[in-house]
Design a protein around this ligand. Structure first.
Ligand code: SAT
Ligand code: MN
Length: 581
């Protein structure tokens, strides 16, 4: 096969010459092609068939044990000037990066098939959607892309019509962490990734394209590429509004996006539009419109059950690809938090003894098409997207941050987002539970200098006649015994209810130096088993601790030097002042 797009054809010819695959396969995105890939992978052991009676069309992939999470220290943004990548990114000069990568890619596909995968991020006819092509030697990556993106013929046609696309060159190489790099060349709309077959490192459409390259592109084109879920919230009166919410990896975006109303809040319904990435653009009507560029979910498996995420659990018994879960004696997938069955083999395929760490890897993942989600919303296919009423920022913080508060205005909201901190999780290689600054949950994903990114956020806000209200939430506050103070999961709907009421101006808030908090009587806690005083603690602002926090935020902002927008500096100063009063 070939393409009428000369740039694409030339690039494919070049990569073929360099990587020297045995054959080249252009992916058309058909069901037949998908089934063929699965069969081939079952035959060579890349995939294991799970119990087809209990889990039809479900498969398990066991990663190389050194390749189970994103590797941020091997991820680079290669702009001409280091300053443009900013202190928030690892940087390498493009020339140096290409020399390194050329060596690693040289002949790396010998004996393998090279797949050419055209894909579209967003509904195929959406003006907000953008296309890309991933070249990979991993059939496992291709199968994941088929579930996660609109991939194949239609995407290629759009590329041929438009002429513009992001290039992603990927090889699993030899899977060695010593020869692993995930490099971005935003000026050339190019990604080159080698040595990993894991999600965010290898499914280049996701974090590499839809966040790092897209955020860079969005800055010049006047939109935002964000690490956010999108949900539709339908109130008992039938009115629907849309919320975009940003949390770091493995902090519950998928759970919130698919939340099922608990018994006492049956009038409410949540519809899922996206669980990880959101592209936002000011509309002609002065509102902020959002699309989900993806077509599937790549979610954390451990902890998922009927209670924590009813809808996700319901998706996991058909047409799902699992990575790094354990299996039961009758070959069903098993993970920590699953309520039935018991593990027979752990995620590495060794007999599970109980003494050797968890049975499933804590970052074990599922890949499943969005259409399999019971709460999936048709609006996910609307070319113009959905209008956003509220933006939520959040992190995982045992202390300090209240359950929920509302920013005073857009600029203050940008400061709230820019100051987010969160404890690290198993989604990235390295220590778990360390608090780090993770502005807008984009620390690992912003493709350019954060200072410029915050400036861009401020500019976008200035264009909105009806900007969304901005909130901050923290489901993860702990008491002095280390126990979570808030039940989380489905009960988070209570907080969404308050947010909705604030958007509709149905309730007033309580002023505090950091923003508006709910009045205790406005947050529905009926039937909740909260410890005495827990609600007051969850909704309290400790001025002393917050004064310290403002110092830390100031130190963090100082790294960005003169590039930090003055407006952000002022907003910080004003809040520090309110805390001092
Ligand atoms: O591997 S991914 O980057 O796609 C998942 C995550 O860490 O958010
Ligand atoms: Mn994510």
């Amino acid at each position: 096969m070939s393409t009428s797009n000369a740039e694409l054809q030339a690039w494919i010819n070049q990569v073929t010459r360099d990587c020297r695959p045995d054959s080249v396969h252009w992916c058309d995105g058909s069901e037949q092609e998908y089934q063929g890939l699965l069969e081939r992978m079952v035959a060579d052991g890349t995939l294991l068939k799970l119990n087809q009676e209990t889990h039809p069309d479900c498969y398990l992939h066991r990663s190389d044990p050194t390749d189970v999470a994103r590797t941020e220290h091997l991820t680079f943004v290669c702009t001409q000037e280091q300053e443009d990548a900013g202190p928030n990114n690892n940087w390498m000069a493009p020339g140096e990066a290409h020399v390194k990568l050329d060596k690693l890619f040289d002949g790396c596909m010998e004996g393998r098939t090279m797949y050419v995968v055209p894909y579209c991020m967003g509904p195929i006819d959406s003006p907000l959607a953008r296309c890309g092509v991933e070249i990979t030697d991993s059939p496992y990556v291709v199968a994941n892309l088929r579930l996660m993106t609109r991939m194949g013929q239609a995407a290629l046609q759009r590329i041929e019509r438009e002429g513009r696309f992001v290039k992603g060159q990927h090889s699993i190489g030899d899977l060695s962490p010593e020869r692993r790099f995930i490099m971005h060349f935003p000026d050339d709309l190019l990604i080159r990734s080698i040595g990993s077959g894991y999600g965010g490192n290898a499914l280049l459409s996701k974090k590499c394209h839809a966040l790092r390259i897209a955020s860079y592109q969005a800055r010049t084109e006047g939109w935002l590429a964000e690490h956010m879920l999108i949900l539709g919230l339908e109130a008992p009166n039938g009115k629907r509004c849309y919320v975009a919410a940003s949390f770091p990896s493995a902090c519950g975006k998928t759970n919130l996006a698919m939340l099922r109303a608990p018994l006492h809040m049956q009038g409410y319904k949540i519809f899922t539009i996206g669980d990880d990435i959101c592209w936002l653009q000011p509309g002609e009507d002065g509102r902020l419109w959002a699309i989900n560029p993806e077509a599937g979910f790549f979610g954390v498996v451990p902890g998922t059950n009927e209670d924590t995420n009813y809808n996700a659990y319901a998706m996991l018994n058909r047409d799902a690809l699992f990575a790094n879960v354990a299996v039961t004696a009758d070959n069903q997938p098993w993970w920590e938090g699953k309520k039935d069955g018991k593990p027979s083999l752990d995620w590495k395929g060794n007999p599970y003894t109980g003494g050797n760490g968890p049975a499933a890897h804590p970052n074990a993942r599922f890949t499943v098409s969005m259409r399999r989600c019971p709460s999936y919303a048709e609006e996910a296919e609307h070319p113009r997207g959905v209008p956003i009423s509220a933006i939520i920022f959040g992190g995982r913080r045992a202390r300090l941050a209240p359950l929920v508060y509302e920013a005073r205005d857009w600029a203050h909201g940008v400061m709230v987002g820019a100051s987010v901190a969160s404890e690290t999780t198993a989604a990235q290689t390295g220590a778990v539970g360390v608090v780090r600054r993770d502005p807008m949950a984009m620390k690992p994903f912003c493709g350019y200098n954060f200072a410029d990114y915050w400036g861009h956020w401020l500019n976008i806000g200035a264009q909105l006649k009806q900007p969304p209200k901005i909130f901050h939430v923290n489901w993860f506050r702990k008491d002095s015994d280390g126990k979570f103070m808030w039940p989380g999961f489905g009960e988070n709907l209570r907080v969404l209810e308050w947010i909705l009421q604030r958007c509709e101006e149905k309730v007033a808030g309580r002023e505090s130096p950091i923003g508006l908090l709910p009045k205790a009587e406005d947050l529905n806690v009926d039937g909740l088993d909260l410890a005495p005083d827990a609600l007051a603690a969850l909704l309290s602002v400790d001025s002393g601790e917050w004064r310290e926090e403002m110092e830390h935020i100031n130190e963090y902002f100082t790294q960005y030097g003169a590039r930090l927008p003055e407006r952000l500096r002022e907003t910080h100063r004003a809040q520090a002042g309110r805390l001092a009063d």
